[in-house]
Design a protein around this ligand. Structure first.
Ligand code: IPM
Ligand code: MN
Length: 333
C-alpha cells in the first residue's frame, strides 16, 4: 500500500489538505502518516517539526504538504520548506500553469521548472553591521540536472520548446554557467527547440503576450518570482500546484501561502492542493499506470469544474466554500 506522509501546514493548510485527502481516499488505497510541523506547532511546542518528522517522511513513498509559515521576527528556524528540499535533494520544483477562459488574463499553458536547492536560496549570508552579503551558488551539476529535467519533461509531454531564464547581462559568471550548461544539455535533445530570455523581459512577456512560453527552466529565485507572475496571469495563486522532485523522492504542495486572513472560514480554494495531488498521482504513476490514469482524472475534473464554473471560491469571484468545491469534484471524478 502507498504510504503518504502529510504535513497539513499553517493557516488554510489543514482545511484544504483534509479535502484533498478525502478525494485521494476515494481513489486509491493509501496509508496517510500525519506529521506535525510549522509555525503553529512551533509556538505550541518550541519545535518546528515533531522529532521523528524527517524519519517518518523517509519511511513514506511521497510527501503531501500544505503551506507552512516561518516566523520572520523573534525566535525562528530554518524554513521547513527549505529543510525538506535540502534533506531530500528535491532539486526540481515543477509548476504547471494552464489558463481558463473568462478567468485568466492571457492564454497560457506553460511549465516552470525551477532549480530548487541552490542559487540565492543557498542560505549563505554574512553581515558586519555595515555590509551584508548573500552568496548565490550556481553549480554546473545542478544546472545540468535541472536542464535535463526540463528537456525530459518536454519530451514526455510532447512540448516543443524549452526557454532558459537568466540575467546573464549582469550576472555574467554565475548565470553564464547556468546558460552555457543549459545549451550543452539542449544539444542532447535535438527534437526540442531551445532558447533563452532575460528574466525581467520574460516577466513582462508572460503578462503581455498569449502563450509566450512553453517550458521555462530557471535558477531558484527567478522561478520563485515568475511562478507567482504566472499564477497572476492564470487568475489565482489558488489554482496552482507544484511537484518538488528529486532522484528518489518527491513532495507535492499548492504554491500559495498560508492565507491567514481567511484561515478557518472554510472559503479557501482547495484546487491548488488538488492539482498538487494529481501531480503526486502522476509521479507515483511512473511505476503504476493505474495511478497515472487517476492523476489525469483528477486534473480533468479540476479543469472541468473551473471551465464550467461549477463551484468557485471567492478568490475566483465565486461564493462557494472549500467543501462545496471538494463535493463538486467528487461528482465530476
Ligand atoms: C514557494 C515559496 C517558498 C519559496 C517559501 C515558502 C520558502 O514562496 O515555494 O514558492 O520561496 O521557495
Ligand atoms: Mn514562492
Amino acid at each position: 500500500m502507498i504510504k503518504i506522509a502529510v504535513i497539513e501546514g499553517d493557516g488554510v493548510g489543514p482545511e484544504i489538505i483534509r479535502g484533498v485527502i478525502s478525494i485521494l481516499e476515494s481513489l486509491i488505497e493509501a496509508e496517510f502518516v500525519f506529521i506535525k510541523a510549522g509555525k503553529k506547532y512551533f509556538y505550541e511546542t518550541g519545535l518546528p517539526m515533531e522529532e521523528k518528522g524527517i524519519q517518518k517522511i523517509k519511511e513514506s513513498d511521497v510527501l503531501l504538504k500544505g503551506p507552512i509559515a516561518t516566523p520572520v521576527r523573534g525566535r525562528t528556524y530554518l524554513s521547513i520548506n527549505l529543510r525538506i528540499r535540502r534533506e531530500f535533494n528535491l532539486y526540481a520544483n515543477v509548476r504547471p500553469f494552464r489558463s481558463y477562459s473568462g478567468i485568466s488574463i492571457r492564454k497560457l499553458s506553460t511549465v516552470i521548472v525551477r532549480e530548487n536547492t541552490e542559487g540565492l536560496y543557498s542560505g549563505i549570508e554574512e553581515a558586519d553591521g555595515e555590509k551584508a552579503i548573500a552568496s548565490r551558488i550556481i553549480t554546473k551539476r545542478k544546472s545540468e540536472k535541472i536542464s535535463e529535467y526540463a528537456f525530459g519533461l518536454a519530451e514526455e509531454e510532447k512540448r516543443e520548446r524549452v526557454t532558459a531564464i537568466h540575467k546573464r547581462n549582469i550576472l555574467k559568471v554565475s548565470d553564464g554557467l547556468f546558460l552555457e550548461t543549459f545549451y550543452e544539455v539542449a544539444k542532447k535533445h535535438p527534437s526540442i527547440a531551445a532558447d533563452d530570455a532575460i528574466v525581467d523581459a520574460a516577466s513582462y512577456k508572460l503578462v503581455k503576450v498569449d502563450n509566450a512560453f512553453d517550458i521555462m527552466v530557471t535558477p531558484n529565485l527567478y522561478g520563485d518570482i515568475l511562478s507567482d507572475v504566472a499564477a497572476g496571469v492564470i487568475g489565482s495563486l489558488g489554482l496552482c500546484g507544484s511537484a518538488q522532485v528529486g532522484d528518489s523522492f518527491a513532495a507535492f504542495e499548492p504554491i500559495h501561502g498560508t492565507a491567514e486572513d481567511i484561515a478557518g472560514r472554510g472559503i479557501a480554494n482547495p484546487l491548488g492542493a488538488v492539482i498538487a495531488s494529481s501531480l503526486m498521482l502522476t509521479w507515483l504513476g511512473t511505476k503504476n499506470s493505474d495511478l497515472r490514469e487517476k492523476g489525469m482524472l483528477v486534473r480533468r475534473a479540476v479543469d472541468d469544474l473551473i471551465e464550467r464554473r461549477i463551484a468557485l471560491t471567492p478568490d475566483l469571484g465565486g461564493s462557494s466554500t472549500t467543501d462545496d468545491v471538494i463535493n463538486a469534484l467528487f461528482r465530476l471524478i
